[in-house]
Design a binder for this molecule. Sequence first.
Ligand code: PEP
Length: 254
Amino acid sequence: MDKILVANWKMNPGTLTEAIELARGSDHEGVILCPPFIYLHTLKDEIMNAALGAQDLFWEGETGPFTGEVSARMLKNLGVSHVVIGHSERRKRFHETTEILNHKLKVALAAGLTPIVCIGEELEEKMSGQSEAVWQKQCAEIFKDIQTNSLIYIAYEPVWAISTNKNALPDTPENATHAINFICSIISSHSTTSVIPAEAGIFGVSPSSIKFLYGGSVNSSNAASFLDIPNVTGLLVGGASLKIPEWQKMMALI
Ligand code: PEP
């Protein structure tokens, strides 16, 4: 099918032994495993077909006095190929602003990592009819001054559909299609405020270098309906990626 699955393990599993077991059971072409930082080094030698991604990175420098942080270059040197930027849990709990995400995107691209940039609205924003304005603002601020032809994944993740939220609501392929088409049109259209090479789309990002993922409580029962959305290249999955039988059913779809 030629689609991808990104497994966001978040702060799981609790031991390295479990992480190795999970990685071995998830080692499939087209899969990008994003474990906690401390498992990356070991898991690199446990997988042959999947790729490795990080769940985050620091926005500045290659080395330096940044206690607790991990740089893009450290990840790249370790064999990590992808990095998640701006997951809603980090935006909410760690107060990551779109300005920070813009810096993270720049350092990821400079280091040759493939970014997976999360875009998505909160429930209150959806209910008050602001979804499109939120997507527009997030894209404009996160992609500000970015000029690249490198591959970037944009993961549309409505925050209200992510399983770790209390009262997560199920999303529909129709809503996801509308959101992804809208975000796609933002990227493809020209902005008068951005620095753009004539041949590129908004923000100086070539529209053909952007691919879209969907994420939000996807599991083996609904995965096919989201993978079937024409502009969707793959899925960003949290909870279901931690359950090997469930994940194996999803891997069979790609
Ligand atoms: C996520 O963490 O990005 C996510 C989509 O989680 P879940 O699949 O558990 O909703």
